[in-house]
Ligand binder design. Structure first.
Ligand code: CTP
Length: 470
């Protein structure tokens, strides 16, 4: 099979390698995605050199543009440079043998075949020649092309060897399955189950990269279900594993919160590509196991799981080495507020309840509403329909109030400094008291979100506290 290698860079590599007398091949994800016609702009390009990857990288970079900076990673024997929007990475073909207790391989120079042997899946071991005589020819020792057509993930060697060499590959298999819609072949999946425990030697950072890719894939719920089935979830994400199962007492059961969570992720993923909103969906019920109680005569309660769930978010993010920045705070906020819109749907809804929610959610109100809609997953279609209809009513009312009162971007109409100045105060709790009273009056609809009314209200409140303007 001969493949078209359109980009100029392949011609340049071929010329340079021809001159230097070394063989070169494109390999890995670039080849796989090209064959799948996957729209993956800026996809990195991996080149295997039968020889020294670093020397060849420098020679190719010089031929592209003498000013290009080449980054060398001595420990891995690799070198790369940026070309257009992609990283072009060069590595000398190698044999690797791994130590059971670490990920650091002993590396020896090898042939193309050795290099293909040490790769994770047959569809990632496909190589295309860049050598003059065979330019564009596919080298496929493990029938990776057949697997690609049949959408199958299979390891080139005995899966126990491939996974033992780098246990992260077990997560990669599941990630590719969710990302590409591939099936993991039977013996490969059995081996993942057998070796699941080995994931413990992999760093949290590498695990999180895969988790994020699963969450961003078109089928995150498939990826999560596979993680569970492979017994990896219990190790890398025990809080999620604990959501599994149904308990029954006095003939009353509750829903299986793991399956419910998967459904919510599926729902939200149909509406948004926002990774952090998908994270909020993943974690929205995370505190249900910890708050579960059976109340005789009434049934199951998970009271406070919203509040406790929000508290658990920073611990989970820290353990997974996810960013502890405003993204984490956003997830935490959505988890903490996720029941509030549903409560509005169920109650006779007052304007002030809506204003309070708008105030607390601020700019994230639309995302919160998406999460809540995704959270409606009853098996009863009539119930879901009715709930969603009520939801639309709440959203309309919300829009009305927002247009009138602009609470979403609420800024105190009278500042603390002004309160201090007007009453000749020193900074202290009284200032906060007046500020809160103004905010509450606006949210309760006693006064409009307007400077003049707020100023008048401030004077009244000051009078009640025995203060006089100076
Ligand atoms: N590889 C491997 N084992 C790993 C990681 C990578 O064998 N744990 C090999 C595979 O051949 C893979 C190539 O290195 O195709 C490049 O790795 P990487 O860029 O991480 O993955 P891609 O397959 O390119 O896919 P993606 O960019 O989606 O991660």
């Amino acid at each position: 099979m001969i493949l078209p290698l359109d980009d100029m860079i392949f011609g340049i590599i071929s010329d340079v390698c021809g001159r230097e007398g070394v063989d070169a091949y494109v390999i890995g994800g670039y080849v796989r995605d090209m064959l799948l016609k996957r729209d993956n702009p800026g996809k990195d390009i991996d080149i295997v050199i039968i020889g020294d990857g670093v020397t060849t990288a420098r020679a190719v970079a010089r031929a592209v543009n003498p000013r290009i900076k080449v980054s060398v990673f001595k420990t891995f024997g690799t070198a790369m440079f940026r070309y257009n929007d992609a990283d072009i990475e060069f590595v000398g073909a190698r044999k690797e043998s791994y130590n059971r207790d670490s990920r650091k391989p002993d590396v020896l120079p090898g042939t193309l075949g050795d290099d293909q042997n040490r790769r994770d899946f047959t569809v990632n071991a496909l190589a295309i020649s860049l050598n003059k005589a065979t330019y564009g020819e596919m080298l496929d020792p493990f029938n990776g092309l057949d697997d690609l057509r049949a959408k199958i993930l299979r390891t080139p060697l005995d899966p126990d060897t491939t996974f033992s060499d780098d246990p992260l590959r077990m997560l990669r298999a599941i990630r590719f399955s969710a990302q590409l819609g591939f099936t993991i072949n039977g013996p490969t999946f059995e081996s993942i189950k057998r070796n699941a425990d080995r994931i413990k030697i992999v760093s949290a950072e590498r695990i999180s990269v895969e988790l994020n890719k699963i969450l961003l894939s078109p089928l995150p719920s498939k990826g999560l279900a596979l993680l569970e089935e492979a017994q990896l979830l219990a190790i890398i994400f025990p809080e999620l594993e604990k959501l599994k199962g149904v308990e029954e007492k006095e003939g009353k059961g509750h829903k299986d919160n793991f399956h419910h969570t998967l459904k919510v992720i599926e729902n939200i993923s149909a509406r948004t590509d926002n990774l952090w909103l998908r994270w909020a969906a993943l974690l929205h019920d995370i505190a249900k196991p910890a708050t579960k109680k059976f109340i005789p005569g009434t049934g199951w309660s998970f009271h406070g799981h919203d509040f406790l769930g929000a508290k658990m978010v920073p611990q989970i993010f820290a353990r997974l080495k996810l960013p502890l920045n405003e993204k984490m705070k956003y997830v935490q906020k959505l988890v903490g507020l996720h029941l509030r819109p549903i409560a509005l749907v169920q109650e006779e809804v007052s304007d002030s309840a809506i204003r309070r929610l708008l105030f607390e959610a601020g700019e994230d109100i639309d995302d919160l509403m998406l999460l809540c809609q995704a959270d409606i997953t009853s098996g009863n279609r009539y119930k879901v329909k009715k709930h969603l209809e009520n939801f639309v009513l709440v959203m309309e009312k919300m829009k009305e109030i927002e247009e009138k009162d602009a609470i979403r971007t609420f800024q105190p109409p009278v500042s603390g400094e002004e309160i201090i100045k007007v009453f000749g105060l020193k900074p202290g709790p009284v200032v906060g008291d007046i500020k809160t009273a103004i905010k509450d009056a606006i949210l309760d609809g006693k006064i409009a979100n307007d400077r003049e009314e707020a100023y008048r209200f401030m004077l009244e409140r000051g009078k009640e506290l025995g203060l006089k303007p100076v």
